[in-house]
Write a protein that binds this ligand. Structure first.
Ligand SMILES: Cc1cc2nc3c(=O)[nH]c(=O)nc-3n(C[C@H](O)[C@H](O)[C@H](O)COP(=O)(O)OP(=O)(O)OC[C@H]3O[C@@H](n4cnc5c(N)ncnc54)[C@H](O)[C@@H]3O)c2cc1C
Length: 420
């Protein structure tokens, strides 16, 4: 039976990054992915702020396009911001995960595509992991630690569906289309978000640019009751409405339709470690509830986890199980210290915007964003810095006072004129 220090299940951004970091540290790593190719589950829209490349040492080859404009379209209001320089990227999600897997191999790790994790058991101080290749018999491998990086399915940490607690579930669907170069130019450097009942009830929709004159048009919503909306159309109808009514394209080529789901633990109540299994990425709700951005945060979580995994692998031979449990309790503490405040606030705001507000209130909110700069918008949308909103309120009040003063002085000027 083959033996590895650590087996990472799931080669998404979190699993791939974790495996590559551990391989770089010299550990014997196996990265396992159920799909035979990264083209199969190419589900993520994969937009991120620019910092992600340098922060996680990623090459430009995984980037499909850059963005420097933000647009928000609500049912009756439109706002736009732009910067002279690039502010972010849209990944080619397939190339990103391919790169992480190849980098793992480059540093001595193994990658087994087309292998599905089935189950594990503890034998003495080791774990036996059973994997089912797409074509062939079940294979078992030995390891000291398993990393659950299986995303929303949490396949390792929750082996039995009946034991899973309830999660907030969101569904996303996306159309990848190719348009003519002239139409593409209009959207080539923008992230466009759609809010409100007309375009995207219970969630938001988007248009993101890719390379080769391709655009990603998607919609996502939370599968939970809305305070006001009783009925809605199927999710894909909203995506198609954006193609038909917003883009008004006469001709386009549909490349593919893909989608996935996200499951988020309210208040970050996930299990981070249990009996030789540590969970990372979406398996511990690193995806942000408000923005649905999860790549950068999954990779950040993988960095935190890999520190504790490294310590565990270095100490496990001499440490008791209790010490290992304590070490992973610290992992949970560090993760919660990093994420909890902003994630809990994002969840509260997200629930209000997506599941409670009237369409008029969403219009009003978007309209009020005119007082925000592009820097404020980036801080709110990507760094969940809601203190910007109070600064925006102050700016709005000052602006209103200015408008009032100039209106009053214009009255005086006209009454002066009337006297002569
Ligand atoms: C429609 C949509 C659009 C999105 N857009 C963005 C965006 O613009 N920007 C952003 O940052 N985030 C976005 N996200 C979120 C982001 O994609 C996720 O948060 C991120 O992919 C999570 O990474 P992960 O590695 O934790 O999990 P995943 O990417 O879900 O990877 C889990 C992997 O585990 C594998 N797996 C599962 N079970 C098994 C098993 N039993 N055996 C072996 N392998 C298994 C899966 O096949 C998968 O490859 C979007 C999500 C959706 C659904």
């Amino acid at each position: 039976m083959q033996e590895f220090a650590v087996v990472v299940i799931g080669a998404g951004p979190s699993g791939g990054h974790c495996a590559r970091l551990l391989a770089k540290l010299g550990h014997k790593v196996l990265l396992v992915e159920q799909h035979e190719s990264f083209a199969i589950n190419n589900f993520s829209s994969a937009a991120s702020p620019l910092e992600i490349l340098e922060k996680f040492d990623l090459p430009e080859t995984v980037v499909a396009s850059h963005w420097r404009k933000l647009e928000i379209v609500a049912s009756n209001v439109y706002r736009q911001w732009q910067a002279p320089q690039n502010l972010g990227i849209v990944f080619d999600f397939m190339k990103l995960r391919e790169f992480l897997a190849k980098d793992t191999q480059k540093h001595g790790g193994e990658v087994w595509l087309g292998h599905r994790y089935l189950k594990c058991r503890q034998e003495a101080d080791q774990m036996i992991v059973e994997l089912k290749p797409k074509h062939g018999e079940i294979v078992a491998v030995k390891t000291q630690l398993i990393v659950d990086a299986t995303g929303y399915s949490r396949a390792v940490i929750y082996p039995h569906k009946k034991d899973r607690p309830s999660f907030y579930k969101a569904t996303g669907i996306e159309y990848l289309i190719e348009v003519d170069p002239q139409a593409y130019q209009k959207y080539a450097d923008s992230l466009i978000f759609f809010l409100g009942y007309k375009w995207s009830p219970k969630g938001y929709s988007w248009i993101f640019p890719m390379d080769n004159h391709q655009l990603k048009i998607g919609s996502a919503w939370i599968n939970a009751p809305h305070k006001i909306i009783q009925e809605s159309k199927p999710l894909r109808d909203y995506t198609e409405a954006i193609i038909k009514d917003y883009l008004q394209l006469n001709e386009y080529k549909l490349i593919e339709i893909h989608g996935s789901i996200l499951e988020y633990s309210s208040g970050l109540q996930d299990v981070y470690y249990r009996d030789g299994v540590i969970a990372i990425g979406d398996a511990v709700s690193t995806v942000n509830f408000l923005g649905g951005e999860g790549i950068r945060h999954g990779m950040q979580g993988a960095e935190i986890a890999s520190k504790y995994i490294d310590l565990f692998l270095k100490n496990s031979a001499k440490d008791s199980i209790q010490n290992n449990q304590n070490s992973f309790d610290n992992y949970q503490k560090e993760m919660q210290a990093y994420f909890a405040n902003k994630w809990n606030l994002s969840e509260q705001i997200g629930k209000k915007v997506y599941l409670e507000y009237s369409d008029a209130r969403i219009d009003q909110g978007v309209s009020y964003l005119k007082y925000f700069t592009i820097e404020d918008m980036i801080a709110i949308l990507f760094y969940y810095d809601f203190s910007k909103t109070s600064r925006g309120i102050k700016r709005a009040l000052l602006q209103k006072i200015d408008e009032l003063i100039s209106w009053i002085s214009s009255l005086f000027r006209s009454s002066d004129r009337d006297q002569f």
